[in-house]
Design a binder for this molecule. Structure first.
Ligand SMILES: Nc1nc2c(c(=O)[nH]1)N[C@H]1C(S)=C(S)[C@@H](COP(=O)(O)O)O[C@H]1N2
Ligand SMILES: [Mo]
Length: 245
């Protein structure tokens, strides 16, 4: 059974992709249908309740692959030049206690370390040792209100056409014990290309969910009014919002 599920997700891995060629494929109706059925199967049989497998130190890929480039706009470059001294992670929206966390405050919170595998829909994987703050600890600190349903991650990079990268999880996924706001990769501070200073790490979901360069976490009742309304940058281009693996 497990094997069949894996095959279903690798088929979607090869067909969806993160790049322009894959986008052309995504516009193909037959491809879309196959993907929809494979993703439905995965969702139904696995869900996001289980824990992602954790690996040993010796399994870590020392050169964790980079997908994309660090943001080149001047605001990010300036923040990076001062080692993110001026950075704040704003957590707001449908919460009782909105708060802007400087890096020092995030580093002073209890840290979790996990050695987990990152799976990109383009068909590659990498095992990394990630450390940071549990997203659930941050949510506990800001106290989502009763109308809160989703957590939206706003990032500092754009695609050159004015669209900022963003992603979202529902509150249940966001409270998953392995959902991490990572600040370290492989025993070093996260570098710019991998999402410095703070990125999301959700090992139970495909790579595009793990938003890099996060500067704001907005708790919302609905994401219908954010960008094209599908809950994420790639979702707005046709990817599934649910990306469980
Ligand atoms: N802000 C932002 N986050 C992002 C992306 C992006 O383009 N921008 N790409 C996603 C995709 S498709 C993948 S596979 C991973 C790549 O992470 P890595 O570069 O650390 O390997 O980041 C994800 N998070
Ligand atoms: Mo990806």
């Amino acid at each position: 059974m497990k094997r069949r599920i894996f095959l279903a997700s690798s088929a979607s891995a090869i067909l969806t992709g993160c790049g322009p060629i894959a986008n052309a494929l995504n516009n193909n109706a037959t491809v879309q249908k196959v993907l929809a059925s494979a993703e439905g199967l995965n969702h139904a049989l696995i869900g996001t309740r289980g824990l992602a497998r954790e690996y040993r130190e010796s399994d870590v890929d020392r050169n964790f692959r980079v997908n994309g480039f660090a943001p080149s706009d001047s605001r990010y470059v300036t923040l990076a030049a001062s080692n993110f001294a001026g950075y704040r992670l704003l957590v707001d929206g449908a919460v009782d206690r909105r708060h802007a966390f400087p890096l020092g405050e995030l580093r002073a919170l209890p840290q979790q370390t996990q050695i987990t595998r990152h799976d990109c829909v383009e068909g590659w994987s990498a095992i990394g040792k990630w450390s940071g703050v549990r997203l659930s600890d941050i949510l506990d600190a800001v106290r989502p209100r009763n109308d809160a349903r989703y957590v939206v991650f706003h990032c500092m990079d754009n695609d050159g056409m004015g669209n900022l990268y963003y992603e979202s999880l529902d509150l249940h996924q966001a409270r998953h014990p392995q959902a991490l706001l990572a600040m370290r990769l492989n025993d070093a501070p996260l570098d710019a290309a991998h999402g410095a200073p703070v990125r999301l790490r959700v090992p139970t979901q495909l790579g595009y969910k793990s938003a890099k360069w996060v500067e704001r976490i907005e708790v919302v009742g609905s994401f219908a009014n954010i960008a094209s309304g599908r809950g994420g940058y790639w979702e707005d281009q046709g990817y599934e919002w649910y990306a469980g693996i």
